[in-house]
Design a protein around this ligand. Structure first.
Ligand code: NAG
Ligand code: NAG
Length: 400
């Protein structure tokens, strides 16, 4: 692998730049119609009561949130709220991709949790910005730092005030970066009852994933920003074409997935078409750049603008770090991580654990990789039953 892949990506990037206007039309056509929300598309057809909500962030983004409850409509009392925080290039649909007794979103609802499905800015379930358009480069001027400090803060504040209750959270991958960064902030963490982190990430300097590492080495993140590409949308025609080409012609798609996430033990290949109907969702080039900075520098810190601009933005040469020891000892934490995860590497997870004041409850699965925690056909028994038991053990959930 492969120079071909890398070259194709570069080709793709150059070609979008040249034909940006043409693509605007294409990508509207390509986009799923916004008429039906996540509730109408996935939850309601399966009998789950679901309502659509919107939340505005401090910096003007309008996020979509869905509230889901048990499919057996006999329950009088809703359990405590749990907010789901999806990973990079994903959105709230990620929690409902397998069958009802395999996917965490359905399972939590059926265990009487009051499930709130988060969707960060830029995803297809979010609703733009109060005055910016998705065509403006300013619309994409953010990284996981804003997802933590603005999006997570706004979503949790909304759930907290609607339910009048502290909120359980579950994050996967980028959702854990957001969680760990946000929980260092007293005004956010005070609204959290307890948190579960799947593939927890704060440090990224031990990742072993070959494909991302190659892109980091090529400085692809800096290249695309220099080219003026601010939105990363893998559903644009060109990139779909590229993925098809890579999958059909030059390498097995499973190999590509493995080289990004590690070797997933329990991935259901016959569901790939269903996954691809929803995933991937767009994100920003600046977000990729921030993640690559973490890989290069080994820090868990705010976005690095370079010395001069850091001085202006932060009043110091280096970006301020998110200090994990500021997460209160009293916050109950549960973490699931895997021996074959090429993104949330065991060494990095141990680094995170060393800096926390508290001792999280841990579930280590030797044969699990990054996507297994979301999509394994056995994640219900291997992972989610343990997590739900942990939440229930905290005494805020009536057993049923
Ligand atoms: C879901 O669980 C039920 C009962 O445990 C089982 O009969 C059924 O086969 C399961 N469905 C799937 C798709 O795993
Ligand atoms: C894999 O996906 C197919 C297609 O949706 C489904 O019929 C099958 O039950 C799934 N296998 C497992 C083990 O969940």
């Amino acid at each position: 692998m492969s120079v071909v892949v890398v070259l194709s990506i570069l080709l793709f990037l150059f070609s979008t730049v040249e034909s940006a206007d043409e693509f605007a039309v294409d990508s509207i056509v390509h986009r799923r119609p916004q008429l039906a929300g996540l509730c109408a598309q996935i939850l309601q057809p399966l009998g789950y009561p679901c309502s659509e909500h919107t939340v505005q962030t401090k910096d003007g983004y309008i996020l979509g949130l869905q509230r889901v409850s048990s499919s057996s409509g006999l329950r009088y009392q809703k359990g405590p709220p749990v907010l789901l925080l999806h990973g990079l290039f994903m959105a709230g649909d990620a929690w409902f991709m397998d069958s009802m007794n395999q996917s965490l979103g359905f399972m939590l609802a059926d265990h009487d949790f009051d499930v709130w499905v988060g969707n960060v800015r830029g995803t297809r379930w979010s609703h733009g910005h109060i005055f910016l358009s998705e065509k403006d480069k300013e619309f994409w001027d953010w990284s996981w730092q804003e997802l933590a400090l603005y999006d997570l803060a706004a979503m949790i504040h909304y759930v907290n005030s609607v339910t009048n209750s502290k909120v359980f959270t579950v994050g996967h991958s980028q959702g854990t970066i957001m969680s760990l960064a946000a929980f260092t902030q007293p005004e956010i963490v005070k609204m959290v009852e307890a948190a579960s982190l799947l593939c927890p990430i704060s440090y990224l300097d031990h990742i072993t994933a070959q494909f991302p590492l190659r892109l980091v080495k090529m400085r692809l993140d800096e290249v695309i920003l220099a080219l003026g590409i601010h939105e990363l949308n893998f559903k644009s025609n060109m990139l779909t074409g590229l993925i098809d080409m890579v999958c059909d012609g030059h390498m097995d798609c499973n190999d590509l997935l493995t080289s990004v996430t590690g070797k997933n033990c329990c991935f259901n290949n016959s569901r790939v078409d269903i996954y691809l109907e929803y995933e991937p969702h767009p994100s920003s080039s600046k977000n990729l750049n921030h993640l690559f900075q973490m890989i290069r520098k080994g820090t868990f810190a705010k976005y690095d603008y370079g010395k001069l601009k850091n001085m202006k933005k932060y009043g110091q040469l280096k970006p301020p770090v998110f200090d994990l020891s500021h997460i209160p000892d009293s916050l109950p934490l549960w973490m699931g991580y895997g021996g074959l995860d090429a993104l949330a590497d065991v060494n990095d997870v141990e680094h995170t654990l060393k800096e926390l004041q508290s001792k999280p409850e841990l579930l280590y699965l030797e044969n699990y990789a990054h996507l297994d925690f979301l999509l394994s056909v056995r994640a219900n028994e291997d992972v989610y039953d343990h997590m739900i038991r942990f939440f229930k053990s905290l005494g805020k959930v009536s057993s049923s």
